[in-house]
Design a protein around this ligand. Sequence first.
Ligand code: Q0N
Length: 287
Amino acid sequence: MPEAVTHVGSGKVRELYALDDDRLLLVASDRISTFDVILPTEIPDKGRVLTALSGFWFARTRDLVPNHLLALRDDGRSTECRRLEMLPIECVVRGYLAGSGWKDYVQTGEVCGHRLPEGLVESQQLPLPIFTPATKAETGHDQNIDRAAAIELVGEERFDEVEAVALALYAFVSDYARDRGIILADTKLEFGLDERGGLVLGDEAFTPDSSRFWPADDYSPGATPPSYDKQFVRDYCESLGWNKTAPGPELPEAVVTGTRARYVEAFERLTGIAFGDYVASPSVVIA
Ligand code: Q0N
């Protein structure tokens, strides 16, 4: 008999179901988005790779902060998690100047109220990683906010706590990845509170969908580094002259195969675990 589950939410590429009053099931699909559009072609195993990476990092950072992971299901793409009261901010940490951080810096010399040195170039490493929160937009883009605006949403004490924890998580994972030839340029984390008001890391964590991973070998400040995972997809879409509005183009087999290989390679390089071993027994990443 299948268990009764209630669909409680969906993101662009993930679904959330209620298992009971205390537990949710987070299911990662194989859908892929580029330039903010979901493409009609899926990347086989993408959801498994992202679920595996989140589980791997949850297991290795639990002494820094508790997280919502309860169990990984045998399908490899479903995470049972504790139900939390989510904080109403996206917790972004940036070690390098990319994306909206770079855009804001060019326009104002600041990112979320952090005044940065003059003369930085795109993708340059920052003197120190910075915490750059954003609002959660239901539709459209998250909006970067400064410390005062974030404190309005979560309070000062909680702000100081999530900032310190997010920076500590970034420091741990970026050092780990750097040792394996991968730069963690930036990352987006989501936190919630447990029934006792304790801070808990939720959502996905340190996956290619929530972070910018760059191959360290190809890094050079002043350029836009190739995305570790989506570069074939972006290059193909650019080659079509597609106008980047829905519907997106179907991907040819070679782009699908190459992109799947990049996801699997990122997983294996970061974790040292063979992807086949994960598929056979997902708990290997949290053992
Ligand atoms: C929750 N979101 C935002 C999946 C991701 N542990 C939790 N407890 C309560 N709520 C949430 C979580 C988690 N994780 C997180 N929404 C609810 C992102 N979602 C969007 C839908 O797909």
